[in-house]
Design a protein around this ligand. Structure first.
Ligand code: ME8
Length: 638
């Protein structure tokens, strides 16, 4: 039976688009999953969306969508991004999944029955516009005002349920002591020990101030607060407490949870305590990775407008280049600075010059000197042994680094092979060997060794750059059977008679200056005009002049007027929210601008067949845009 490996990413808040920070965790998890699959493990890799809570509710409001509609939309967007980035997850969990909601309620009930959840009072400084609680310390640091919006806050007490986190301090400390590898990278565990030693407070696990969440089964005015809902995804996705629990039995405990450093505390303190409370084994490892920072040293954020959409990066340079850059440039446990220049330089130096060049020159030489087909005689000389030893050692180090999530080191080791091969070419000078037919056997041997090294490199890079690995194997024209983890341990698996395919450019070189300027333009266009539309999008809207024939107030509404508008060919009913600004008499016989191809909607039971245009100033005064009476109804506006 094969060994199992369960790896997770955090589940991402459903508010906004996936950015490069989200891509970072997910690519790392995908690479780990692919690596473990390559080693023969039965892998479970999960990712997903954290869809409840105030953040999602507020974002939905801003876009005039229902929370469910909104999170459906955001989740689809994330999924598209993962497809684009070649992320091969096994399960995509959403906290609005029926199954997840049911199990979270069961978990809540179970903890309540065990007396580990109790009803109490949540106290704090509340900001009404932000709908958020703040601690005494947070308020004090901000002149007794809301730290988010700067407005006044009120002392508020709210009934809430609490999880008895305070009871788990000693058990957690004991666990950390016996499992020093539990939290990685080194250093994070000592922070956590300090935090737990300073004393744990019980954790508020419900709210009544918003509705978008899972209601407590026996007290439905409370919704379960985000962390209990979110953390449990790692077991609900596997069918814990459900009829279908085979995956849970097979894969739990998780082998590693990848999380950003700011949520380590939730994963290394609260999550183990919840699992202890449920009498479940703890995950084997939590890995807290660093942040990708932007130029000014801030955590990358969409709102700062400093982020190039990862999708655009993939379109410009290819998915593999982006995956490679993220894993090679930054040391996974530490923060790293993202710059467009660093990205382009990595592509130019590591991918176009070193790897791409090695592949294309080797294949071209086989084409030129042997008409595409190698017949090898295997006469090794010293420089070959050096190459072989390096390859052997690199495979060993690669495994150690990958098992410890030292992705950047694993890649830099693989690149030792790549640069050794490039030097090997310079040292052996195939062009000189070719001049003398007596050296043709040696020439074939040199080229064979290069192909062998590339076969091995292609396998080692395959978790990081799956498409590039296949492209190299296609150029070498080798079967996938010899491109496996076991087969790279044997030098010489490549058949002695090898016919290669035509060489193709793996990574085109980028003109740094020109590209940097283009990226800057993209960023400033994004900042200045996130809402820009193309001219053909504008032309989809049909605007015509209409004449208001009749107008009356809608009885059930304070805001709405019902208009009968002549559009040049027929009369149509339009409902408009301008009753606070106009009486029916102000409007009758006036000419207005009508959006004539709007899908009809029902407002207060009346079908509105279009919309009239009005302006709104900063004080919210509304003015209908009237058109000169001489313009006939039905005239097009363009
Ligand atoms: O925290 N660099 O969701 P989230 C690196 N829903 N990683 C970054 C980053 C950056 N610039 N920006 C964000 C949540 N991340 C919760 C998790 S898990 C049970 C619940 C990482 O969408 C961040 O560190 O705010 C975190 O690990 C992940 O993106 C999700 O962040």
């Amino acid at each position: 039976m094969s060994k199992k490996f369960y790896v997770t990413t955090p589940i991402y808040y459903a508010s906004g688009k996936a950015h490069i920070g989200h891509v970072y965790s997910t690519v790392a998890a995908d690479i780990t999953a692919r690596y473990k699959r390559m080693l023969g493990y039965d892998v479970m890799f999960t990712t997903g969306m954290d869809e409840h809570g105030q953040k999602a509710e507020n974002s939905a409001k801003k876009e005039s969508k229902s929370p469910q509609n909104y999170v459906d939309f955001v989740s689809e967007d994330f999924k598209k991004m993962w497809t684009k980035l070649n992320i091969k997850y096994d399960k995509f969990i959403r906290t609005t999944d029926k199954n997840h909601k049911e199990i979270v309620r069961k978990i809540f009930d179970k903890l309540y029955e065990k007396n580990l959840i109790y009803k109490g009072k949540y106290k704090g400084w509340y900001c009404t516009p932000c709908e958020a609680f703040f601690t005494e310390k947070q308020i004090k640091e901000n002149n007794n005002l809301c730290p988010d919006c700067g407005r006044e806050v009120k002392w508020t007490e709210e009934e809430a349920y609490f999880f008895k986190l305070s009871e788990f301090g000693d058990k957690l400390l004991e666990y950390y002591k016996n499992n020093p590898e539990f939290l990685q990278p080194d250093g994070r565990l000592s922070e956590m020990i300090k935090f737990v030693e300073s004393g744990l407070e019980d954790l508020c696990v419900t709210r009544t101030s918003f509705n978008w969440g899972i209601p407590v089964s026996f007290d439905s005015k409370h919704v379960i607060y985000v962390w209990l809902d979110a953390l449990t995804n790692y077991i609900t996705s596997q069918g814990y407490l459900s009829a279908n629990s085979q995956d849970f039995e097979k894969y739990w405990p998780a082998d590693v949870h990848f999380v950003g450093k700011e949520i380590v505390r939730f994963h290394a303190v609260i999550w183990p305590a919840i699992l202890m409370a449920l009498d479940l084994p703890l995950p084997k490892k939590i890995f807290g990775h660093g942040w990708i920072l932007f130029g000014d040293g801030s955590k990358m954020s969409k709102s700062k407008g400093n982020v190039i959409d990862p999708e655009i990066l993939c379109e410009r340079y290819g998915v593999d280049a982006v995956r490679y850059f993220l894993m090679r440039e930054f040391s996974f446990g530490e923060d790293g600075l993202f710059t467009n220049e660093a990205l382009i330089n990595r592509i130019n130096f590591d991918l176009a010059n070193d790897l791409g060049n090695l592949v294309s020159r080797t294949i071209s030489m086989i084409d030129k000197y042997f008409n595409n087909t190698l017949i090898d005689n295997q006469r090794f000389v010293n420089s070959d042994k050096e190459l072989l030893d390096l390859v052997e050692n690199t495979i060993k180090n690669y495994e150690i680094n990958m098992d410890n999530f030292k992705f950047s080191m694993a890649l830099s080791d693989v690149w030792l092979i790549v640069s050794k091969c490039n030097k090997y070419i310079d040292l052996n000078m195939p062009w000189d060997l070719y001049k003398n037919p007596e050296n043709h056997d040696r020439l074939a041997c040199v080229l064979y060794n290069l192909c062998e090294a590339m076969r091995i490199v292609s396998v080692l890079i395959s978790p990081f750059m799956p498409e590039t690995a296949v492209k190299i194997q296609e150029q070498l024209n080798i079967s996938s059977e010899i491109c496996t983890w076991d087969k790279i341990k044997n030098w010489g698996e490549l058949p002695k008679n090898t016919t290669v395919n035509k060489s193709v450019i793996l990574f085109p070189r980028i003109d740094v200056q020109k590209e940097l300027e283009e990226l800057e333009n993209i960023i400033s266009n994004n900042n200045n005009g996130n809402n820009l539309i193309k001219i053909d999008e504008f032309f989809k809207t049909e605007l015509i002049v209409g004449e208001i024939l009749e107008c009356e107030k809608v009885k059930k509404s304070k805001k709405l007027l019902k208009l009968l508008v002549h559009d040049g060919t027929k009369n149509r009913t339009v409902v408009s929210g301008i009753s606070n600004y106009y009486t029916p008499e102000d409007l009758i016989n006036k000419k207005i601008i009508l959006v004539s191809n709007l899908e009809p909607v029902k407002l207060c039971g009346i079908e509105s067949q279009g919309m009239i245009l009005a302006s709104q100033d900063i004080n919210n005064n509304v003015k209908v845009i009237f058109v000169d009476n001489s313009v006939p109804a039905g005239s097009k506006i363009s």
